[in-house]
Design a protein. Sequence first.
Lengths: 269, 269
Amino acid sequence: MENTEYVHGYSDREALRLNDQADTLDNIIHNDTIFPKDSFVLEASCGVGAQTKIIAAKNPDSNFISVDISEDSLGEARQLIKSLDIKNVEFRQADLYGLPFEDGIFDSVIVCLVLEHLHHPKQALTELNRVLKKGGTMIAIEGDHGSTFFYPDSKSAHSAIDCQVRLQRQNGGNSNIGRELYPLLKSIGLSDILVSPRMVYVDSSRPQLVEGFIKNTFTAMIEGVGDKAVRQGIIDKLTFEKGIKDLYRTAEPDGVFSYTFFKGFGTKK
Amino acid sequence: MENTEYVHGYSDREALRLNDQADTLDNIIHNDTIFPKDSFVLEASCGVGAQTKIIAAKNPDSNFISVDISEDSLGEARQLIKSLDIKNVEFRQADLYGLPFEDGIFDSVIVCLVLEHLHHPKQALTELNRVLKKGGTMIAIEGDHGSTFFYPDSKSAHSAIDCQVRLQRQNGGNSNIGRELYPLLKSIGLSDILVSPRMVYVDSSRPQLVEGFIKNTFTAMIEGVGDKAVRQGIIDKLTFEKGIKDLYRTAEPDGVFSYTFFKGFGTKK
């Protein structure tokens, strides 16, 4: 092993592994959520603060306004951020379609795992763009359930995932919105758009993601819609249960699972 | 933009774009196909030399033996390599399931876009492992048609892709083998296995891949199986034609296309 460019040795492979794939979902989507010092950033719909705690802690020299429509969620988010002793976040109740801010006051706007739930994502992005300053950066991060594939493959597992997609669509949302980030950011007139896919590839050489992503994040989420999907006749109980079993099967030592998030950046003209 | 870690400026975004995604498929799958100086490498089934010309040119200080079962293909490969004035490749007719080499003579073995065509990929890998020296590196690269997704989404386009998958299966192959690389490399007893996904994500900000990958590689390949698929009754002509039209549609300015190759590395114990 004379050549350091050679990726065939164990230590080089480790470097490639780290480069390819962080160990946790937070690292995969937020490794580069870094704002310049003293940025004034709007986080649009923060929910209970799951992303807020990561991005605020990663950017101690920036100040965040995190908004959500739900006072209940904001209450939980406030408690979480306080418990972590994070001091650079101010929470405020607000409607994404009509923000209580003047034009062009934020250096950056970040919207993370939110657009998938909206009836009118373009309208929300247009409103977010309004409060962004000229030359400011918009960041949008979304998953895409249609990007999911795995080994062993399973029709029942795909049917179970499709329940989530259909229920989200019934609610006016879009579980496959990740792939649409590029046209969405383009449609509101941003420049220098870059969409960076963040594939969460998991096999048993990545045990933290086997537990943290396949089992506790993705499959648990799909499992959560089972009762509703069966009740609505979208799927029969046995097929759903087999689908969930088959998703857990991909977490076995010879299994493989892949899901892709998309992170889009754009600049306000 | 005071902070150089900040990926929000144009030049930083360019760096991320380059890091994420090379402009050509060759770069995406072969950027790190670098062998140590003086390596003796077996390329298993070289076909007409499409990969040979890339890996041999990238490794001028290594020597390659490239084998294929077909004398016709080898003839074309020889001509191609000669026309490019590449001098570090020797071609030889050989059967992957019974190689004409002694045990443990190669420093590395590379098998690229081959396993998808085989009836018995594990058996072929076992034979390749036999001729690899202890501590030597095996590299396997495969695509996965089931990883394909795009915007706008289209059932007809997925049906057209599925024709290729079904015809490949009829021939004893597996178009979705990329996701199986990890269990396959594990099953032959390699150590330090790393599977690195190589997503080819394409939107109109990557014009070279729009032309080179969406249109001229992927859709052209699917288009090529149309007559056979229609003749065999796998699909009706109108659906197939709509599917192809919809695949070309993803190459428009607001379209998005994604396909994933997998590159696996392992060490012989």
